[in-house]
Ligand binder design. Structure first.
Ligand code: CP
Length: 300
């Protein structure tokens, strides 16, 4: 691969290859000396035009653990503030002989636009409501580490699915692997055509939680023109998850959330911090998966 733009374009073999490489790199992150020379001499530039805690930090850590030089481009203090275009910005970074560009941008399609115009490897770290492929890969990696196999599992994605690039990338990758995907949320926050995504819609919360894995999502208020739910209190009651709801789920149900968590809205604190939660494992696994993705990319 030259780029990773979309989970939709990954084959089953691509996904398993990244998961297996991530598994082999995972123990490096638990060593005293967390370094391998796989990308020595390479330069990775993180270009985040939207806020991030987990993705930006884990790409930087992943690059450094692979012995690459990692540079963080600060959009808010860059010349984009003087009107420089995204493409001109990228061309200038490229002129400094960067090897991998990690791009987060509020515009859906931004990563594809750049990848098609750049000889440098591009990783989509989230583009608008479109895709967040490394989040899907780390979610699937986390599920496989706990459940051991993937293809017979049912995963429920709950919450603001319509505005979620995490949901979209997970749906594409999970469907490629043959996993069953159920969606649950208020009608205003469900995708327009779930059948096109080959997903089922759960009729109610009790049906939604009957699943091997539940991924809860935050309401993406920054992507909604006006709030598409009557109130957060009602949303939490009807579409959020708490310990009472989990009585109807399998005892070993795995709870995931891409973060940031709005505690008490889509997920109660007792569940976020409870025995079924793998939220911090997702964060740890994100480093291994991003290391694997960077190792898989080759300039053309
Ligand atoms: N999951 C995720 O993309 O989190 P950040 O926005 O903090 O990177």
């Amino acid at each position: 691969m030259k780029d990773l733009i979309s989970a939709k374009e990954l084959t089953k073999d691509d996904i398993y290859s990244i998961l297996d490489t991530a598994e082999s790199l995972h123990e490096i992150n638990r060593r005293d000396i967390k370094k391998t020379p796989a990308l020595r001499g390479k330069t990775v530039v993180n270009l985040f035009f939207e806020n991030s805690t987990r993705t930006r930090t884990s790409f930087e850590i992943a690059a450094k653990r692979l012995s690459a030089d990692a540079v963080n481009f600060a959009a808010s203090s860059s010349s984009t503030q003087k009107g420089e275009t995204l493409l001109d910005t990228i061309k200038n970074i490229e002129a400094m002989q960067a090897d991998i560009l990690v791009l987060r941008h509020e515009a859906s399609g931004a990563a594809k636009f750049i990848a098609e115009r750049s000889g440098t490897c591009v990783i989509n770290a989230g583009d608008g409501i479109n895709e967040h492929p490394t989040q899907a890969l780390l979610d699937i990696f986390t599920i496989r580490r706990v459940k051991k196999e993937l293809e017979r599992l049912t995963v429920t994605i709950m919450g603001d699915i319509a505005h979620s690039r995490v949901a979209r990338s997970n749906i594409w990758a999970m469907r490629t692997l043959g996993m069953r995907v159920k969606l649950f949320g208020p009608p205003t926050l469900l995708p327009n055509d779930p059948k096109a995504l080959a997903c089922e819609i759960a009729a109610d919360k009790r049906e939604a939680v009957q699943s091997d894995v539940i991924i809860t999502l935050r309401i993406q208020r920054e992507r909604q023109g006006k709030l598409l739910i009557p109130s957060l209190r009602e949303y939490s009651r009807f579409f959020g998850l708490n310990s009472e709801d989990l009585k109807y789920a399998p005892k070993d149900v795995l709870l995931l959330h891409p973060g940031p968590v709005n505690r008490g809205v889509e997920l109660s604190s007792s569940l976020a911090d409870g025995a079924n939660s793998a939220i911090l494992d997702q964060v740890e696994n994100g480093v291994s998966v991003r290391m694997a993705v960077m190792c898989a990319l080759r300039r053309q």
